[in-house]
Design a protein around this ligand. Structure first.
Ligand SMILES: C[S@@+](CC[C@H](N)C(=O)[O-])C[C@H]1O[C@@H](n2cnc3c(N)ncnc32)[C@H](O)[C@@H]1O
Length: 478
């Protein structure tokens, strides 16, 4: 039996795999990616397809194909697709080594949590597949476990795996219990200690006692888990004629918030070797995972702020009085007053996105040199993007924030209430009880008076608040 049939991977969504995110980053790094509205998307090792279903829901004109060799997971995803009647996605139970020309080319290929989890020879097959099936301007997303961070993880993984080898073969669930048991046992034995190993054990025990059993099994107990150093990954993709664009966590590699003298030294040392610089930064961050974007073209190594002029911008920054304060309590200071006006406007219309050009029009005040003013705004917004304070997108939002007479939530949102509904950003969102209660009824057939009747003891103003909460969480399509 396929181990993913015995212990399926958790049903998760990853907003960072969405073509909108991939296209935005590619654009910033000087690549012209395929338009996302009607693109073709392939997800390899899609599990039960939850992530791809969320993408398909948010891009109704796109065509999505998900492939996984686990029949249990694929069947479960197909049931959900049928229930919510999505017609732009197909999930296929298939080994990715069997993907052939008949599948055609794809503008976006997603491979999350698979490169490191297959035998080494299959990593080649996977990169071949990406090379063969990616359109000439297409973007691939690939995540993989990396060293040096995985050296630390392997201390625990090796201990657990050795322990399981001493026992008779057990069902996967029992293996997880045994693995947690040995980790806790060793941690407890060393309780009084305070050296670096004790700190590591305590931290991993705490983390792994609470994670999903399936995650623990597939990351720590499976036969196949092959981390690599970034430089090895770059060599590998080079052998397949693929080019590295950037990582999802690209801010880390741009050394945002590093002391200027460190940035200068790094730039002096590595001016001709960007990949070496990234490898040293992996040593610095002790990273365990990379999420890299690949293509078949040449990517720029720096972000081009002028590309921001073609983007859509959004932010949910809270503004109180004159100060703009981040969620961590930091007060933001802007060099250019126009940025503050723009942020204030965006926060009022959040989660709506506004095209940069439109935002500039709304924010500018009479000025002599409009193009300098526009450039100031773009450059300062880019800094805020590095700090994860604003969102950038290549397309307008796929949701509405307007409450229509007959509000309509996406079919996926209505179906995925528990534990948390999935929104059109492909994220799980936490809602108040009352909003959760209303959501399934937002099918375009019930107006407020119908909703009030269904809910019984809810007042009109609480209903309005709940509808606003639902709209603000990007759950409404109409
Ligand atoms: C670690 S899980 C990741 C699932 C999902 N992509 C995620 O990140 O949530 C790896 C997935 O790859 C699938 N898989 C592994 N080898 C495969 C192969 N050769 N062909 C198709 N699917 C495969 C497994 O069934 C499993 O669903």
């Amino acid at each position: 039996m396929n181990i993913y049939d015995e212990i399926p991977y958790p049903s998760l969504v990853y907003t960072d795999t969405h073509p909108n995110k991939l296209a935005t980053l590619a654009t910033l790094f000087g690549i012209k990616p395929p338009t996302i509205n009607n693109c073709r998307i392939l997800e390899l090792g899609c599990g039960d397809g939850t992530n791809l279903i969320a993408i398909a829901q948010s891009l109704p004109q796109a065509t999505c194909i998900g492939i996984d060799f686990s029949a249990t997971q694929i069947t479960s995803g197909q049931k959900l697709i049928e229930t919510i009647q999505l017609d732009n996605i197909a999930l296929q139970q298939l080994d990715f080594t069997a993907v052939d020309e008949s599948q055609g080319k794809f503008d976006y290929i997603i491979a999350h949590g698979i490169y490191s989890w297959v035998p080494l020879t299959m990593q080649d097959t996977m990169l071949n597949l990406i090379k063969k099936h990616l359109t000439s301007n297409g973007i691939a997303y690939i995540s993989y476990n990396i060293y040096p961070g995985w050296h630390t993880e392997n201390v625990v993984r090796d201990m657990m795996k050795y322990h399981l080898q001493q026992l008779p073969p057990l069902p996967a669930k029992d293996n997880v219990a045994q693995a947690k048991g040995i980790l806790q046992f060793i941690t407890n034995l060393r309780q009084s200690g305070n050296d670096s190993f004790d700190v590591l054990l305590k931290e991993k025990s705490q983390q792994l006692q609470t994670v999903d059993d399936s995650y623990l099994y597939h990351d720590f107990l499976e036969q196949e888990n092959h981390p690599v150093y970034f430089h090895q990954f770059i060599t590998h993709i080079g052998q397949h004629d693929l080019t590295y664009i950037t990582d999802i966590e690209f801010r880390h590699y741009l050394m945002v918030n590093f002391p200027p003298q460190v940035v200068e030294t790094m730039q002096e040392l590595f001016q001709d070797d960007f990949f070496k610089q990234e490898q040293y930064l992996d040593f610095f961050y002790h990273r365990t995972l990379r999420r890299s974007l690949l293509c078949q073209q040449t990517a720029k190594r720096t972000v081009d702020w002028q590309k921001l002029l073609d983007c859509y911008v959004a932010t949910d920054l809270k503004i109180e009085g004159e100060n703009i304060t981040t969620s961590t309590g930091e007060i933001l200071e802007f060099q250019h007053p126009i940025t503050k006006i723009a942020i204030r406007y965006l926060s009022e219309i959040y989660p709506q996105r506004l095209a940069f050009k439109e935002l500039f029009k709304r924010s500018k005040r009479p000025a002599k040199n409009l193009s300098a003013l526009r450039n100031n705004l773009a450059q300062e917004l880019l800094q805020l993007y590095y700090l994860e304070i604003i969102e950038l997108h290549v397309e307008p939002a796929p949701f509405t924030t307007k409450i229509e007479k007959f509000p309509t939530a996406s079919p996926l949102a209505r179906q995925s209430i528990s534990p948390h509904p999935i929104n059109l950003h492909c994220e799980f969102v936490e809602l108040s009880d009352i909003a959760k209660k209303i959501l399934p009824y937002l099918n375009g057939k019930n107006d407020k008076s119908e909703l009030l009747k269904m809910l019984g003891d809810v007042t009109k103003s609480r209903l309005n608040d709940a509808l606003l909460e639902i709209a603000r969480n990007a759950l409404l399509i109409k």
